[in-house]
Design a protein around this ligand. Structure first.
Ligand code: COA
Ligand code: AMP
Length: 633
């Protein structure tokens, strides 16, 4: 077995050869003769002359190879008391039939389909059905409100929206249909049709002339075949938070993504054909796209789709139950899920009820893995706990402990080494490399490997201005951190207005736009403060317009509700405080970072540029009220 260093060197010295070899693990209709096309740099494209179908690679090829009877997808839903296993053959049939439903609604190659779905098998079926007929799916996380869905509908301009009558959030049934109806009302673009999956927990009344019942349509549809796509064609758009309220439509291509994910399954996650991966995330996030849906199926493995929470549905032992019942080898979730389990079951009593001898790895990502959670999980499970760092934009991990190639000793707080294909650097504000151990902006030298975003949907300009213009020849990750003398990467947090709440990426700028829209608000700031469960939670500070006499408590409650209504429950903005003034620099910039430091209980220096120290001092008691968890981070 080659060492990590050898594999990494091969990827940097001969990327062309490295990725063409990796491409050999994929079924191509037209095999690529070249790996990288840089003729339109900085828009690099992978496998420019290759043709394939990603759904064929995820399903049909395994059936053809004799794996038809093997479990492909295990649906485990404690919140609806349902368990169901789909073999590769069954899943292929379902997907081909739903592809026929979409085709019957006029969806074809290149058309967009927005999916607004809870964690049900039909969400996976719909994604793969799009891939089958060359349609571009865009999954919107169910925790987003109607307005966020409307923004995405307008940007993606889908021919069809696929949704369900409801989601089940713990003990609560969340009706999706009213949110969908409102979103379609709000959007300028109107889809031709909406396919609605009726769920027994909360059926919905269908809208005549627009809505199609999932089950009825499936009964009537004729299965559709895979169509051949260019490797560079888009497979999906996934919207993610930027620094403003307008989300970025990250584009994923077909060929580069399939090759990178297929390669990552053994090299990063050590999961091969016939083995089981349980990724406890949501299909609305990139982790769900890549490691619930596409990668395990591309590898011919079994994937677990879990509809529930780590705790409370009904207890803190559900991850262990799922792992034991379904023979899970690799479990992947966000650190926040483990903090939630630790809070309820600090001694890990629930693990004792299950046979976890088959569980070989725990992978964590989505936010920084704080050393305390790392140690707790390692001691509890006695298996390698792998922190790894990536983003919606990159599609698969940038930095990880490459256990599938060669495990490195762990340094708690570091996701370890850059994976093959990723040339990670840390630079200062002038773009100069910083010495080992010194913090700076983490950047990746172009071209990035296959699987990473080629551009933003319909917005090459924003792609360049957001990611490529800060430092020529480099992709700006938006994360800050350092690399130590041994080459370990430490990712310390975002350098922009993006925060991570319970592993969910959110924009404080977007929340500020909502607060500012309240008629009584003169100005506002939203900061992410440390939280011992969710990693970070947003906190709002608002200054009211002169002459407003409403009780501040009333306005605060209205603002909390406004963010919930406009962005969604997932924003988790529970605290808004009316204050007399916001601290600013002399040039008028709000001192968000300073306020965040104070709220986190850090010894935050007062910037020399502060306009009025008294304003900052007056705010200290408000900022430190109820702050928690900073020390653990
Ligand atoms: N549909 C509707 N509402 C949703 C939703 C969905 N798909 N997902 C979340 N929400 C709601 C929740 O019910 C909650 O509402 P509330 O404020 O009325 O209680 C709110 O959005 C916030 O959700 P969340 O941040 O998930 O908080 P929680 O208290 O429900 O659960 C954790 C906290 C830590 C248990 C949970 O976030 C978790 O398991 N996270 C880790 C796994 C993960 O998904 N990571 C993502 C990337 S890897
Ligand atoms: P998302 O695009 O939702 O996957 O969020 C990506 C962001 O989550 C990154 O830019 C980081 O800020 C953060 N993140 C993800 N994984 C890690 C990790 N292992 N360590 C530190 N931060 C992480």
């Amino acid at each position: 077995m080659p060492s990590y260093e050898e594999v990494f060197r091969a990827s940097t010295e001969d990327p062309e050869g490295f990725w063409l070899t990796a491409a050999g693990a994929i079924d191509w209709d037209t095999p690529p003769t070249r790996a990288l096309d840089s003729s339109r740099a900085p828009f690099h494209r992978w496998f420019p002359d290759g043709e394939l179908n990603v759904c064929h690679n995820a399903l049909d090829r395994h059936v053809a190879a004799g794996r038809g009877a093997q479990p492909a997808l295990v649906y485990d839903s404690p919140v609806t008391d349902t368990k169901r296993t789909y073999t590769y053959e069954e899943l292929t049939d379902q997907v081909a039939t739903f592809a026929g439903v979409l085709a019957g609604l006029g969806v074809g190659r290149g058309d967009r389909v927005v999916l607004y779905m809870p964690m049900v098998p039909e969400a996976v079926v719909a994604m793969l059905a799009c891939a089958r007929i060359g349609a571009v799916h865009s999954v919107v996380f169910g925790g987003f409100a109607a307005n966020e869905l409307a923004v995405r509908i307008d940007d993606a301009a889908p021919k069809v929206v696929v949704s369900a009558s409801c989601g089940v959030e713990g003990a609560r049934v969340v009706p999706y249909k009213p949110l969908l109806d409102r979103a379609v009302d709000l959007a300028q673009h109107k889809p031709d049709a909406c396919v609605i999956l009726q769920r027994p927990e909360g059926p919905a009344e269908l809208t005549q002339g627009r809505d199609v019942d999932w089950a009825e349509a499936m009964r009537e549809a004729r299965p559709a075949d895979c169509v051949s796509m260019a490797a560079t064609d888009p497979l999906y758009i996934l919207y993610t938070s930027g620094t403003t309220g307008k989300p970025k439509g990250v584009v994923r291509d077909c060929g580069g993504y399939a090759v990178a994910l297929r390669w990552s399954m053994e090299a990063v996650y050590d999961v091969g054909p016939g083995e089981t991966m349980f990724t406890a995330s949501d299909v609305g996030w990139v982790v769900g796209h890549s490691y619930i849906v596409y990668a395990p199926l591309l590898a011919g493995a079994t994937t677990v789709l879990y509809e529930g929470k780590p705790v409370g549905t009904p207890d803190a032992g559900q991850f262990w139950r799922v792992a034991a019942e379904h023979g899970v080898k690799t479990l992947f979730t966000a650190p926040t899920a483990f903090r939630a389990i630790k809070k309820v079951d600090p001694e890990g009593e629930f693990t004792r009820a299950y046979d976890l001898t088959g569980l070989a790895y725990l992978f964590l990502a989505g936010e920084r893995l704080d050393p305390e959670t790392y140690h707790w999980a390692s001691e509890l499970l006695g298996i390698p706990v792998i922190d790894h760092w990536w983003q919606t934009e990159t599609g698969w991990p940038i930095v990880a402990n490459p256990v599938g190639i060669e495990a490195a000793p762990v340094k708690a707080g570091s996701p370890t080494f850059p994976l093959p294909g990723w040339d990670v650097r840390v630079v200062n504000g002038d773009g100069k490399p910083v010495p080992p151990g010194e913090d700076g902006a983490i950047v990746v030298r172009l071209p990035m490997p296959p699987g990473s975003l080629p551009t933003l949907w319909n917005d090459d300009e924003r792609f360049v201005s957001s990611y490529l213009s800060a430092f020529d020849g480099y992709y700006l990750t938006g994360d800050g951190g350092h690399v130590d003398e041994d080459g370990y990467v430490f990712v310390m947090g975002r350098t922009d207005d993006v925060i991570n709440v319970a592993g969910h990426r959110l924009s404080t700028g977007g929340m500020e736009e909502v607060l500012a829209s309240h008629p009584d608000v003169a100005e506002c700031a939203v900061i992410g403060v440390a939280d011992s469960l969710k990693g970070q939670v947003p906190r709002g500070l608002v200054v009211l317009k002169a002459g407003v006499s409403t009780d501040p408590a009333v306005i605060e409650a209205e603002l909390v509700q406004l963010v919930r209504d406009r962005i969604g429950a997932v924003a988790s903005l529970k605290e808004v405080a009316v204050v007399a003034a916001l601290p600013k620099t002399r040039s008028g910039k709000i001192l968000r970072r300073t306020m965040r430091g104070i709220a986190d209980g850090l010894d935050e220096p007062v910037p020399s540029t502060v306009d009025d120290v008294a304003v900052l001092d007056a705010l200290r008691p408000v900022l430190t009220r109820g702050s928690a968890g900073a020390a653990e981070q």
